[in-house]
Structure formats: structure tokens, C-alpha cells
Design a protein around this ligand. Structure first.
Ligand code: ZN
Length: 114
């Protein structure tokens, strides 16, 4: 019976450790991305797993989001390619019956003169 309790406790401990590790890693990366001390906040979360994380969520700086056009530091220029729509008249080859471009000397399908 005690074996089961020990197993459950060890399992819970392991799950808890992974959970804390996840929080620590997340806090570290998140703090770094916000220009804060990742290591300091990771330690806070490590020693005070739930409370530390809540404190971090409250204290963390909101990510600086610049307006879209200024984000790259240069104005965005959109190059629009002009679409040229060429009208191609097709004629029917009198020999094979396939549609070929008008102006061709011979039929590309059967080679007959047009
Ligand atoms: Zn043809």
C-alpha cells in the first residue's frame, strides 16, 4: 500500500517539476522578448512557481507594437506588376481541326500550312 502512495507522490512530483520547468522556460523567453531580465524572472518563477508567475504576468511590460508602416523602418513600397492582357485570336486548322494562333505560318499540331 505504501508503495502505491510513494509512486503517486513521485509521479505528482515529476509532473509538478515539468510544470514548473515549463513556466520557467516560458517566463525566461517571454521576458527576454520584452527586453526584461529573463534570468531574474525565471528564478522568481522557479522559487515561487504559481505566485511568481502571476507576479510576472502582472509586472511584465506589454510588447512594444509599432504601427505597421514603421515596423520595418522604411516605407513599404508595393510594386504592382502591370498585367498585360493580350488578345489572341485562334483559328481552326483546316487539316487537323485544332485551334492555333492566328498569324502562324504552319499548324503547330500537324504542320500543315495555314
Ligand atoms: Zn493542323
Amino acid at each position: 500500500m505504501t508503495d502505491i502512495i510513494i509512486t503517486i507522490m513521485a509521479g505528482t512530483c515529476l509532473v509538478w517539476m515539468f510544470l514548473v520547468l515549463g513556466f520557467v522556460v516560458y517566463t525566461y523567453k517571454d521576458a527576454q522578448s520584452r527586453g526584461m531580465s529573463g534570468l531574474a524572472w525565471a528564478l522568481v518563477v522557479f522559487f515561487l512557481p504559481i505566485l511568481g508567475f502571476i507576479i510576472y504576468l502582472i509586472a511584465r511590460r506589454s510588447k512594444k507594437r509599432l504601427p505597421q508602416p514603421y515596423q520595418t523602418g522604411r516605407p513599404q513600397v508595393v510594386y504592382r506588376e502591370k498585367e498585360i492582357i493580350k488578345e489572341v485570336v485562334k483559328i481552326k486548322c483546316p487539316y487537323c481541326g485544332s485551334l492555333v494562333d492566328q498569324g502562324l505560318e504552319t499548324c503547330p499540331n500537324c504542320g500543315a500550312p495555314l
